[in-house]
Design a protein around this ligand. Structure first.
Ligand code: NAD
Ligand code: MG
Length: 385
């Protein structure tokens, strides 16, 4: 029996994780869960999974939940302290980190510092603070299992091979809903169109990141830290079918890939049950029916975010945290109808250009860079509208 703390239980990844738990009640028990604002769904989840501890963002929401659940309900806490308490719950064997954005960093770090193994969906944790997070993982001797499908594929493709034999990692990208749009067309795309991903059903922020290809840029940085390889040895191939989830190329030219239908349940389950594989209620991959798989290079002209991410990775230090924070601000502004789709990379580029890169020795420096970038991006957004 593995006891789980689920950070972000009401999100797309959180819900899929709870489906796996529900299918395997003999394997998993939920001891803690956290959510932002979706109280209705959270209440249903609490009644179904009976965690001991629950955290929400605001103290007012915590009171509403307490009233609704009564004395027999779990302990309800709130705010960042509440998130940390769930991340460090003494009964948790593993923490699933599935909050969206840089808000996931502090609770994920707290879980590592408390000696918990982490199943990591929140890629922003590694993007903003990769060197500090990996140092803490090594110091605490905990394990970090990737949930992101590309990184799970690479993790699986590395098993049984020598790290020194790896030549490069190849991340696949669907190309998102706008893969074939011209620059002129991209100028006019709406949030609703950008939210409609062809292959994956995901939260709003990552859906926009997929449409701009910033998601792949964040994943290149995530891979740099998870697998300890420089950006020059991490490539991206556009693969519209999302069947080959990613690949590892070895020095003899062999390429090992992991394939499957595009459903996050598979990589989530593998992170939870490694090294075992759980039976999952998913349709099989039918390659004959699919007929063909295709690959093409990414177009940096139409999708500038990918190159911005490679640049931030090269600059190092605080640059990726600034890239990430500016992206979060720009995505929010796009979703609110304040800026155009093509303004997203422009806001990020301008924020990075105004930033003096500093080395990161402490998590507070990450938070300072994050705050600076949000302020800077906000100014740029308001001066652009
Ligand atoms: P989502 O928006 O569907 O859910 C996010 C969860 O975090 C919700 O429970 C929400 O209530 C909570 N939350 C939001 N803001 C918060 C805050 N400030 N403080 C505390 N909690 C907060 O997001 P998602 O699509 O499930 O993605 C979660 C993470 O997993 C992201 O980092 C994303 O990049 C990564 N990821 C998602 C997918 C996917 O298929 N959805 C795939 C790979 C990686
Ligand atoms: Mg991914």
């Amino acid at each position: 029996m593995k006891r789980l703390s689920i950070l972000g239980s009401t999100g797309s990844i959180g819900v899929s994780t709870l489906e796996i738990v529900a299918e395997h009640p003999d394997r998993f028990r939920v001891v803690a869960m956290t959510a932002g604002r979706n109280l209705d769904l959270l209440q249903k989840q609490i009644r179904r999974f009976q965690p001991r501890l629950v955290a929400v963002l605001s103290a007012a929401d915590a009171e509403i939940l307490k009233d609704a659940l009564g004395a027999s309900g779990p302990t309800i806490v709130s705010g960042i302290e509440g998130l940390i308490a769930c991340a460090c719950h003494e009964e948790a064997d593993m923490v699933l980190s599935a909050i969206v954005g840089a808000a996931g960093l502090i609770p994920t770090m707290a879980a590592i510092e408390a000696g918990k193994d982490v199943a990591l969906a929140n890629k922003e944790t590694l993007v903003t603070a990769g060197s500090l997070v990996m140092a803490a993982v090594a110091r605490k001797g905990v394990r970090l299992f990737p949930v992101d499908s590309e990184h799970s594929a690479i993790f699986q493709s590395l098993i049984g091979h020598r790290r020194g034999d790896v030549r490069r990692l190849i991340l696949t990208a669907s190309g998102g809903p706008f893969r074939n749009r011209s620059l002129a067309e991209l100028q006019r795309v709406t949030p609703a169109e950008a939210l409609a991903h062809p292959n994956w059903s995901m939260g709003r922020k990552i859906s926009i990141d997929s449409a701009t290809m910033m998601n792949k840029g964040l994943e290149v940085i995530e891979a740099r830290w998870l697998f300890d390889l420089p950006g020059e040895r991490i490539s991206v191939h556009i693969h519209p079918q999302s069947v080959v989830h990613s690949m590892v190329e070895y020095q003899d030219g062999s390429v090992i890939a992991q394939l499957g239908i595009p459903d996050m349940k598979a990589p989530i389950a593998y992170a939870l049950s490694y090294p075992e594989r759980l039976p999952l209620n998913l349709p099989p991959l039918d390659l004959c029916r699919l007929g063909s798989l295709s690959f093409e290079p990414p177009d940096g002209h139409r999708f500038a975010c990918l190159e911005l991410a490679y640049g931030a990775l090269r600059d190092g230090g605080s640059a990726p945290a600034v890239l990430n924070a500016a992206n979060e601000m720009a995505v929010e502004a796009f979703l609110a109808g304040e800026i155009s789709f093509l303004a997203i990379p422009e806001i990020i580029r301008a924020t990075l250009a105004n930033h003096r890169v500093l080395p990161l020795n402490h998590i507070d420096e990450v938070l300072r860079a994050d705050r600076w970038a949000r302020d800077e991006a906000r100014k740029l957004i308001h001066s652009s509208v």
